[in-house]
Design a protein around this ligand. Structure first.
Ligand SMILES: NC(=O)c1ccc[n+]([C@@H]2O[C@H](COP(=O)([O-])OP(=O)(O)OC[C@H]3O[C@@H](n4cnc5c(N)ncnc54)[C@H](OP(=O)(O)O)[C@@H]3O)[C@@H](O)[C@H]2O)c1
Length: 451
């Protein structure tokens, strides 16, 4: 069987910065077949040599250009011309071919390309060896996501559709299930009996940079909460799956998100200088910061606040999940005169990959103070070579037809429903200059030390 990886939008940032390095690494590790053909599809009039020159200039991660050059072809086409899709289908062949078609294009192109792929005969509905990957964001809101999905279902079977949320490909996101279910200590304390709060964080150090025009129409809630943070919440809040099969895990994740609701007490912010960024509307009300609290109405998590924090210009790039455990009555009684810090489990997703468990010990020496001690595990340090990038894992799963790390339609639909319940008019927009401003605001508004 021949294997084709066909990438629409091959002259874009995603292709140069993420996909080519990931493909190169998979070839090097011999995880892709030797006869892999890569078709770089785009609208520019250029030769393969020109294309590779540009790719080399734009790439920032390691790529073995010699190996890529052996397998790649450039295909120029007009995405609105069905004859071009027919030509592409002919080039690839109709039989005994595994086709992985990746749409690395802006969301507005999903519809014409999906139609062209189907009408041009590149993909037949129901053939699970013909797979199509759709990038985040999937829709602009619940209604548009539904429309896109209906359109996709008219051309393809759900089993052929791979919706990417690259966070799911990150090593420590995949590790959440192992930490939860392979450790009795955590499995047995994973409920409101022992957990006081969960804080989901995705902070960025940069502002909008060159994405201003896109970002200003979207904002932090749609850009980050609907996708990445909601996925993180689902993995923490889900009930035990009956197996580790893709659908059993996704069933439980959807069920967890269905039980989630934000309370209408949240903070929206805009970083100082956002309004003067090129591409941002003068009087824009787009939030570059969101802090909110949600509750999961299940027996397991009833009463446990899930805090969501995401934003730009927050001093550092950092994604992590903090699970704060309750102090027990017995401990408080036994150590009555002493301050006992809460145990915390911190799952570090980026830029570090690791886990920290904060526990309490006696201070060393003759004193007997209680001290916080940290068991800090660096997951990346143990990897031979570098840990695979999220896109590497996702491309490999695409090739193998494994769907666990791709979002099913009901996950996306439920996440859109939940963020659409956030009434932005009720949020009090504030201007921040630093993360400290955000911390002060959150702790003051919520009357406790959350951050
Ligand atoms: N970049 C990332 O790291 C990243 C991360 C997560 C998700 N994503 C998602 O991935 C998708 C692509 O992102 P990107 O950063 O690669 O975007 P990009 O740099 O803007 O590239 C988009 C690609 O689409 C092509 N394109 C745009 N309009 C077209 C049209 N009318 N007809 C034909 N081709 C057209 C561009 O061709 P030209 O070069 O000819 O304009 C380019 O090849 C987006 O949905 C984005 O949200 C990207």
């Amino acid at each position: 069987m021949k294997t084709y990886l066909i990438i629409f939008g091959s002259t874009g940032n995603l292709m140069y910065k993420k996909l080519l390095p990931a493909i190169s690494s998979l070839i090097k590790k011999k995880l892709f077949p030797d006869d892999l053909h890569i078709l770089a599809v785009a609208r520019r009039d250029c030769t393969l040599e020109d294309y590779l020159e540009e790719a080399k200039e734009q790439a920032t991660a390691e790529v073995d250009w010699e190996e890529i050059s052996k397998r790649i072809d450039y295909f120029k086409m007009d995405i609105n011309n069905v004859e071009h899709y027919q030509e592409l289908a002919k080039k690839v062949g109709y039989k005994d071919t595994l086709k992985m078609i990746y749409l690395a294009v802006p969301p507005k192109l999903i519809s014409p390309i999906a139609k062209g792929i189907y009408e041009g005969g590149l993909v037949k509905k129901g053939n699970i060896d013909e797979r199509i990957v759709f990038e985040k964001p999937f829709g602009e809101d619940l209604q548009s996501a539904k429309e896109i999905n209906q359109m996709l279902w008219s051309y393809f079977d759900e089993k052929q559709i791979y919706r990417i949320d690259h966070y799911l490909g990150k090593e420590m996101i995949q590790n959440i299930l192992t930490v939860r279910f392979a450790n009795r200590l955590f499995q047995e304390s994973w409920s409101n009996h022992a957990i006081e709060s969960v804080t989901l964080i995705a902070k960025e150090s940069e502002g909008v940079l060159s994405r201003a025009a896109y970002y200003d129409k979207v904002g932090a809630i749609k850009d980050m909460v609907q996708s990445h943070l909601m996925q993180m919440a689902a993995l923490i809040a889900m009930e035990d799956p009956i197996s580790l099969n893709a659908n059993d895990i996704r069933d439980q994740k959807v069920d967890a998100i269905k039980h989630l609701s934000f309370d209408q007490n949240y903070i929206l912010g805009q970083y100082d200088g956002y309004l003067s960024a090129e591409g941002v509307e003068k009087n824009s009300h787009t939030e570059t910061l969101f802090f909110g609290r949600a509750f999961i109405q299940t027996k397991r998590f009833e009463g446990v606040p899930f805090y969501f924090l995401t934003g730009k210009k927050l001093g550092e790039k950092c994604s992590e999940i903090i699970i704060k455990f309750k102090r027990g009555d017995y401990q408080d009684k036994l150590f009555a005169s002493k301050e006992i810090p809460n145990n915390k489990l911190i799952i570090k997703i980026a830029p570090e990959d690791g886990i920290e468990f904060q526990m309490n010990t006696k201070s060393p020496g003759l004193d007997s103070f209680i001290e916080k001690a940290s068991l800090d595990y660096c997951h990346a340090c143990r990897a031979v070579g570098n840990l695979p990038e999220a896109y590497e894992k996702l491309l490999l799963d695409l090739y193998k037809g494994q769907t666990t790390l791709f979002a099913r339609w009901d996950e996306i639909e439920t996440a859109w429903k939940k963020v659409s319940e956030i009434d932005k008019k009720k949020g009090n927009m504030f201007n921040y200059q630093s993360y400290q401003d955000v911390k002060d605001k959150v702790n003051q508004d919520f009357k406790e030390d959350i951050l």
